[in-house]
Design a protein around this ligand. Structure first.
Ligand code: SF4
Ligand code: SF4
Length: 132
């Protein structure tokens, strides 16, 4: 990833059409769940952290404060984080196989600290760090 959507998501679906990487899927398709409650999911193998704009689009449109949080960069260093956790369902490409960080790393924001990512700090809280 990237970013994660948490269980404070109200399933308004506003972020889905705004994501430039088509990385967000709605609750019906999502593996993210808190008991019986399902909510939107970010595909880490697709998310670019919206590195080309100042504010990630999902955060910009989300009506729920603190809903979108940081996760680890989708890079080789964090390969195990993404492929060993039940929190993610990584795409298997017919030709390339599992689209793991090793196979298909994604852009990420170097301005966001690894500590903030480990702690899943909300994207909104780090707004002042963008574009550094
Ligand atoms: S950070 Fe950008 S690319 Fe990633 S899920 Fe949000 S809108 Fe999509
Ligand atoms: S905009 Fe926020 S509340 Fe709405 S579906 Fe996306 S993450 Fe959930």
């Amino acid at each position: 990833m990237s970013v994660m959507i948490t269980d404070s998501c109200i399933n308004c679906d506003a972020c889905i059409d705004e994501c430039p990487a088509t990385a967000i899927i709605n609750a019906d398709e999502s593996p993210s769940a808190d008991g019986d409650y399902r909510y939107a999911y970010v595909k880490p193998e697709e998310c670019t952290e919206c590195v080309e704009v100042s504010v990630p689009k999902c955060e910009e449109v989300c009506p729920t404060e603190g809903c979108v949080v940081w996760d680890m960069p989708y890079t080789e260093t964090y390969n195990d984080h993404f492929i060993t956790s039940d929190d993610y369902v990584i795409l298997v490409d017919k030709e390339k196989g599992l689209m793991s960080p090793l196979v298909a790393p994604r852009p990420f924001r170097e301005s966001i600290s690894i500590e903030d990512r480990i702690n899943h700090v909300s994207v909104g809280e780090t707004l002042e760090q963008y574009n550094q």
